[in-house]
Ligand binder design. Structure first.
Ligand SMILES: Cc1cc2nc3c(=O)[nH]c(=O)nc-3n(C[C@H](O)[C@H](O)[C@H](O)COP(=O)(O)O)c2cc1C
Length: 222
């Protein structure tokens, strides 16, 4: 698969086949993905790959925390969006709910949908990307973002789908308790990874993008 095709075809996968992904395959994905550039080549990412019983246990703990209405800890920075950004967020929810047959007023189904995210979309594996708490800068957040995309693209070569998601790290203490993430690390982002179930309705979504004319300014090209 060439780079253009990978960039065009990558999309968030929110429904997976139950098939397990061999450790060797994920290892190959990570080996190539960690060719990612990073600020000053610090390679600040700490990578935790979780599957099997451990992942099931984390899913259960996340569900429990959600049901108990436990707020995520203060280490998570999350703000609400406004204006066009809010509109795009709402549009995404409308598109996903339409595909999934979830009615606007159907609180129960909407809750179920939210829970899927906290269950890593029931993927057979999840990758948690953490930073040492001392590596707290816009540079390192950018490094994690680049690695995320590299993982998504590298995964395609192996027939794997991914969904970058922050829902999976919103209860960081569950990850510390069950996946050995140390106290001095902060989970920043995670990815669900597995073989896509192409029959799963949400996987049919192709999200729109703004045209370059609306978000790019050019100078000196006349
Ligand atoms: C930093 C980041 C966090 C995300 N968090 C979530 C999430 O928690 N739940 C989810 O369903 N999708 C999440 N997504 C996926 C986005 O919704 C998705 O990338 C966007 O709608 C564009 O769609 P596409 O990935 O299919 O191109 C996240 C994506 C990024 C880059």
């Amino acid at each position: 698969m060439d780079v253009q095709e990978a960039l065009r075809t990558r999309k968030s996968i929110r429904g997976y086949k139950p098939d397990r992904v061999p450790k060797e395959i994920i290892s190959r994905v990570l080996a190539i993905a960690t060719r990612a550039p990073s600020s000053l080549n610090t390679q600040p990412w700490q990578i935790t790959v979780i599957a099997g019983k451990v992942l099931d246990e984390i899913r259960r703990e996340n569900m429990r925390a959600l049901n108990e209405g436990m707020m995520s800890t203060e280490e998570i920075i999350r703000t609400s969006f406004e204006g066009i950004y809010r509109k795009r967020q709402v549009d995404l929810a409308i598109q996903l709910f339409q595909l999934m047959g979830i009615g606007r007023e159907d609180k129960e189904k909407r809750n179920q949908w939210t829970m899927r995210g906290f269950r890593y979309f029931d993927a057979p594996a999840a990758i948690i990307l953490s930073l040492d708490k001392s590596m707290n800068s816009t540079l390192t957040l950018c490094d994690i973002g680049i690695l995320c995309q590299n993982i998504c693209l590298a995964a395609l070569e192996f027939g794997l789908g991914t969904c970058i998601e922050d829902q999976g790290i919103l209860f960081p203490d569950n990850l510390r308790k069950l996946a050995g993430i140390p106290e001095f690390s902060r989970p920043i982002m995670c990815l669900a990874i597995g073989y896509p179930d192409w029959e799963y309705p949400a996987n049919k979504l192709v999200t729109p993008r703004e045209t370059l004319d609306n978000n790019t300014k050019w100078y000196g090209f006349e």
